[in-house]
Design a protein around this ligand. Structure first.
Ligand SMILES: Cc1cc2nc3c(=O)[nH]c(=O)nc-3n(C[C@H](O)[C@H](O)[C@H](O)COP(=O)(O)OP(=O)(O)OC[C@H]3O[C@@H](n4cnc5c(N)ncnc54)[C@H](O)[C@@H]3O)c2cc1C
Length: 367
């Protein structure tokens, strides 16, 4: 039986494997797409040690290192995890741990057993699902502002979304871009106050409220703009102006009618906006459905809740990478790698507790 099964072969899973090998844990990595989202990154400029590297090349390096250290990597999609641990009563001792196991089943019906699991199934960036999105992905449509850092200088950009990630992305982009629009379907941004202040005082950023992108347009090579529609298009525009003039840039200097005019221009049905780049920041969908039946606790967004050792509320199940609850992960390779290392170290401590309770016991784990 394996000590550990790592589900996911992205940066978090592959790093967890490298560390599991260092700890001499008999383990298996089961992953759908080798490299995960990393495969999609065209040019990584912010991963230490590499001035510039493609996601595919970095994936290959991580994979080679994991295999060289002794990791076994299986391609497959996990469809079910069964908790076969006996119910431990208060009188029973931890000796029973050696008989406990989780069983992991893959799409092709194969079954694997382990005493502990690290879930590193990442997230999938939420898509807009509008025409032009797929066609121009990587050619002006992006899902990660931090990743494109040096490619938007002097450009006109739009960030789609209204929560923290969108607001932060807009502030970040404004460091180099000439103009940044935040296109948001709601009536008020939902970011942290500290970021909202930054948006308010930043003259390069303009927020288009109550607007949705209906199409991303381009010249066949790259993005040239978007088509916008007002989500209140059926409303009388005078009303809309009254409701939202407060959110317009320099609204204090606009008369009611002027505000209406600006709104009509910005958010009338099928209005167009000329742009060089579109950043879709409408959140991610964490790959956590697998552990719902086990009762693993999640936050409201479906991200896994973990303690400082990356342990979930279910003994023996750890989580690492983009899918851990907001605050621990910044959804970047460097944080996924760090969390993967930590999860493997915590799994090692968990597995060795029985044999070395003093060294690895609860009170000694924290350094
Ligand atoms: C286009 C793009 C560009 C990016 N550029 C950068 C950049 O320049 N710099 C940067 O730091 N970050 C960048 N990122 C973010 C970075 O790629 C992620 O933060 C990182 O990959 C997260 O690692 P992870 O291991 O947590 O998850 P992921 O990379 O999402 O990997 C998840 C793994 O789990 C597997 N999986 C999911 N479900 C199952 C299942 N049921 N069974 C088995 N396996 C499963 C997947 O197949 C995959 O192997 C970019 C992301 C994108 C999308």
């Amino acid at each position: 039986m394996n000590d550990l099964i790592i589900i996911g072969s992205g940066p978090a899973g592959l790093t967890a494997s490298i560390y599991a090998s260092c700890f001499h844990l008999k383990h298996l990595v089961i992953g759908g797409t080798l490299g995960g989202q990393l495969q999609l990154a065209p040019d990584i400029l912010n991963y230490p040690g590499f001035e510039s590297i493609s996601g595919k090349e970095l994936t290959q390096k991580m994979f080679d290192q994991a295999v060289k250290r002794g990791g076994e990597i299986v391609t497959g999609s996990v469809t079910k995890i069964t908790d076969n641990r006996p119910q431990i009563t208060n009188n029973e001792t931890m000796k029973q741990w050696n008989n406990d196991f989780y069983e992991v089943e893959t799409q092709d019906g194969k079954k694997y057993q382990a005493k502990a699991i690290i879930l590193a199934t990442g997230t999938e960036r939420r898509k807009l699902n509008v025409p032009g999105e797929v066609e121009y992905t990587g050619r002006g449509v992006h899902y990660c502002a931090t990743c494109e850092k040096f490619d938007y200088d002097g450009k006109i950009c739009a960030v789609i979304g209204g929560a923290n990630s969108a607001v932060q992305a807009a502030v970040e982009l404004s460091q180099g871009a000439n103009r940044v629009y935040i296109i948001y379907r709601g009536t008020a941004l939902r970011g942290d106050p500290i970021w909202l202040e930054q948006v308010e005082k930043n003259e390069k950023i303009e927020v288009l409220y109550n607007s949705v992108v209906t199409e991303i347009v381009g010249d066949g090579e790259k993005v040239t703009g978007v088509k916008l529609q007002s989500v209140t298009a059926s409303k009388n525009f005078a009303e809309v102006g009254k409701d939202f003039s407060a959110h317009l840039p320099n609204s204090a200097s606009l008369t009611g009618l002027e505000a209406v005019g600006v709104l009509e221009k910005l958010a009338s049905p099928q209005n167009s906006l000329l742009l060089d780049k579109v950043f879709i920041e409408i959140g991610g969908v964490p790959g956590t459905a697998l552990v719902i039946p086990l009762g693993v606790k999640m936050d409201q967004g479906g991200y896994i809740e973990v303690n400082e050792r990356l342990a979930t509320n279910i003994p023996g199940i750890f989580a690492a990478g983009d899918l851990v609850s907001y605050g621990l992960s910044i959804e970047q390779i460097s944080s996924a790698v760090g969390l993967g290392a930590r999860a493997a170290s915590s799994a090692f401590a968990y597995l060795k507790q029985e044999k070395a309770p003093i060294l690895w016991g609860e009170s000694r784990i924290k350094r």
